[in-house]
Design a protein around this ligand. Sequence first.
Ligand SMILES: Cc1cc2nc3c(=O)[nH]c(=O)nc-3n(C[C@H](O)[C@H](O)[C@H](O)COP(=O)(O)OP(=O)(O)OC[C@H]3O[C@@H](n4cnc5c(N)ncnc54)[C@H](O)[C@@H]3O)c2cc1C
Length: 373
Amino acid sequence: MVIVGGGVIGLTCAYQLAREGWQVSVWDRGALGQEASWAGAGIIPPGRVEGATSCWDRLRAIGATSFPHHADELRELTGIDIGYRRCGGLEFLPAATAAEVTRLWAAEGIPFEAWPAEQCQRREPAVVPPPDRTVWYLPGCAQVRNPWLLRALIAGCERRGVVLQPYQEVVALAGRPPRAEGIMLADGRRVLAERILLTAGAWTDGLLHRSQGQGVGIYPVRGQIVLLRTTPGLLQRIVIVDKCYLVPRGDGHLLIGSTEEPEAGFAKGTTAGAVASLLAFAAALVPRLAQAELVKCWSGLRPGSRDGWPVIGPLPGWDNVWIAAGHFRAGIQLSLGTAQVIAEAWGGRTPCVSLAEIGGQRRPSDGPRAFRS
Ligand SMILES: Cc1cc2nc3c(=O)[nH]c(=O)nc-3n(C[C@H](O)[C@H](O)[C@H](O)COP(=O)(O)OP(=O)(O)OC[C@H]3O[C@@H](n4cnc5c(N)ncnc54)[C@H](O)[C@@H]3O)c2cc1C
């Protein structure tokens, strides 16, 4: 079977399917694992599978609970550490929304604590909490180092016999609905396949338009990140304020993220205005960061979708084409759940979430969200 797109979604699906005995090849138009999956911050919010009520909560919770084992398994198989660390997180919530968000956490059974200002000052002394915010500590919040995760997935796929095909652009599906014969490459070659999984991130709709004249509503949403180097331990926990966050790595690097810029289209790149606002956000929250070394900035194109959740399942109109794309702000944390659903469905088992709820023909999900990143 063929997977189109070698980001975290395509590679995790390939890794999981190869473990179950599938013969898999992954095709990417560039180097593997260099797009949104490389650019992201690697926040893995907590979750509890038994307490999850929505399909998305369940997929997040599968990630939250399976990442420690995934990290161990990849390290044993490849020798590569993915930087999984249960560092904990602080969410700074406006009082008006705190009640609703913490009710969702409590209902799922996610441990959390309200931190009064003195406790925040004692436990994270470098942080100056924004005014009018309540402070919530989530001990289960974790992180991975994205480039390390991708390196490990690539090596893990190789060890499991996945055929990796970087620098091979797929232009369209070959054949007509309801049956794809395979994929068409930009150099005119046709690769035959019994089954195809489309995981081309923000570029998935382009492929769909060229193959069937219409997409499923996936589009790019640029996100910029600034990387600083500071004293290790200056900040212990991930700090989240609305859509922005600080992610301290164990070695003193610290990520400041991120913007949401759908208007940038497919243009990657960083802008003075966005970098200035991310730096201002960081320095207001942790004033000592104003003295930190500025290492670099970058951007990635998140695969946005109609409701901010991915489209996972059979592609309507085709018997042998599936899609797993549109993971927007949550592709790392949802990667293991996504791969599990595909492997279960293709293996003839009942998927852990209903395909009708996560497929392209669902009603858009507009319920409240336990986490933004
Ligand atoms: C700044 C930023 C911060 C983020 N932070 C987090 C976070 O903290 N936690 C979290 O869970 N998620 C986070 N995300 C979201 C997460 O990174 C994405 O949801 C995830 O990476 C999407 O993975 P993907 O494999 O679908 O896409 P990608 O990683 O973009 O991979 C798609 C692949 O498809 C390939 N491709 C495209 N077109 C073709 C073609 N025609 N032929 C062949 N190959 C093709 C591309 O080259 C690419 O390698 C963040 C994203 C950004 C940008």
